[in-house]
Design a protein around this ligand. Sequence first.
Ligand code: FAD
Length: 475
Amino acid sequence: MSDTSLPSALLAALSELLGPSGLLTEAGDTDPFCTDWRMLYHGRCAAVLRPANTEECAKAVALCAEYGVPMVPQGGNTSMVGGATPDESGKAVVISTNRMTRVHAIDHADLTMTVEAGVTLKAAQDAAAAEGLMLPLSISSEGSAEIGGILATNAGGNNTVRYGNARELALGLEAVLPDGQVLNLMRRLRKDNTGYALRQLLIGSEGTLGIITTAIIQLQPAPRSRETALCALADPQGVLDLFAAFRKQDPAAIQAFEYMSGTSMALVNSLIEGASLPLSEPAPAYALVELGSPRADDSLRTLMEEVLGQALEDGLVTDAVLAESEGQRQALWVIREEHAEAQKRAGASVKNDVSVPLSAIPEFITKATAACEALIPGIRVAPFGHIGDGNIHFNLMQPEGMDPKAFLAQDHAMMDTVANIVRTLDGSFSAEHGVGQLKTYMMPSWRGGAELDAMRKIKAALDPKTLMNPGKIFP
Ligand code: FAD
C-alpha cells in the first residue's frame, strides 16, 4: 500500500532503480524525514529516495527533473532552520544520503579523506582517528549530521577558531546538479585557479544548487597533547579578555574557545543527567578552553597554567578546573555540547545564530538582552557559542509557565529585535546555521540589491525549474 502522489511511471522507474530499501512511500516510513530536529516544521513528501551511490542519485535526480518533481536533499536532518524539511504540499521527494556511507580512502601523504555524503561527521572523525589523524571539525550534532549536510551548510563548530569552517576543509567535491548531471570536482589540489570556484559555490548552498555526493576533506595530524579547562568569569568581556590572553601567548595552540552564559549553564545542570558543574559556585559566564599540539611534551600544560594562573591572580577568572584525564576532558565537553539539548527540553525557544566582530560581543549581548527583556517580560536569555569566532547563539527561552505557542507566535519580533542590534554592529543574522526556511524573510533586507539578484541568477542558471530544495534561502 503506497501513500505517494508520484506519477505511476515515475514510481515504477524509481522503484526499479532504487529497490525496496531505497524508496519509501508509506507515511509511517516517510514521516521522520518530514519533521525537523527542533520540531518546528512538519511537512509532507511524495516519497523518500535513498540512493546507495552517486550513480543512483544522479539517475533518480534526472527522473525527478524529467517529471518536474521538487527535491529536498537531506543528510542527518539536524538543521536548525528547517533547511531539510519539505513543505506541506506533499509534492516533493526527500532525497536522503543516509545510505551513502562509505569512507573511500584516507591518504597519509596528502592528509586527506575521501568520503561519501552520508557518512556522519562522527564516523568520519573516528575513521581519521583510527589512522592517527584528526578531522578538525566538531559540532554537538556530529553523531547525526552527515558530511553532505556539513558541506551544504558550511558548518562551523568548536574548532573553527583554529581550522576554519567546512569550506576551508573541503579540497574536492562531487555533486549531482538539478538536471541529474554529475559535477566532478574531486581534485585534491591546494592550488587550482582554473575558472570559477564551483566547489565553493556548492558549499553553503543549502541544497538549492545540487546534491553533494562525495567529498575530499583535509585532515590534520592528531594532537599528541591537549589541555582543557572550564573557567568561571564575571561577564562576556572577561571571556574575551581571557581569549586575548591565550591568543597573545600562542594563537595556534587554541583549538576551541567556547562561551556559555550562566543562564544556559543552569539549564544544562538541571536538565541533563551527568552534566553537573565541576566548580564550587555558579557564575554569570563560563569559558571552555582547549589547547592542542602535535608535540607530546608538557608545553601546553605550562601555557595553560601560566595564563590561567595570571587570570586568577588578576581576578579575571574566579574559578577554574583543568581536565586531568581524557575522561575528565570528555566530561567538560559534555557540559558544553548539551546546551542545545537542554534548551530544547526547557520549552519553546527562538534561536539567533549571529556573529559580530569580536570587539562588539559584550555590547551586543548587553543591548540584545535588554531589548528582548523589554519585548517579552520574563523571557530567559540563554546565550552560548563559539565566542572565539565572534559567533553567539543568542537563544531566547520562553518565560516559565508561558504557552509555548504564544511565545513562538512572536518569533519574528524577537529575531528582528536581535537582528537590528546585530546590524548596527556590522554582524550577520546567521553565522553558521544558514537561512533554511526559517530566515528566508530576512534575505531581502540583509542581502538585497545586487547580492540577492546575483544569487537568484545563479540559482536560475543551474536550476531553471526551481526543483532543488524550493522555499529555502530565497524568500
Ligand atoms: P540536514 O539537516 O539534513 O540538511 C541541512 C541543509 O543541507 C538542508 O538545506 C539540506 O537540504 C542540505 N543538505 C543536506 N545534505 C545535503 C547534500 N548531500 N547535498 C546538498 N545539500 C544537502 N551547525 C554548525 O554549523 N555548528 C554547530 O556548532 C552546530 N551545532 C548544532 C548542535 C545541535 C544539537 C544541532 C541539532 C544542530 C547543530 N548545528 C550546528 C546545525 C546542523 O547540525 C548543521 O547545519 C549540520 O551541518 C547539518 O548537517 P545535516 O547532515 O544534519 O544536514
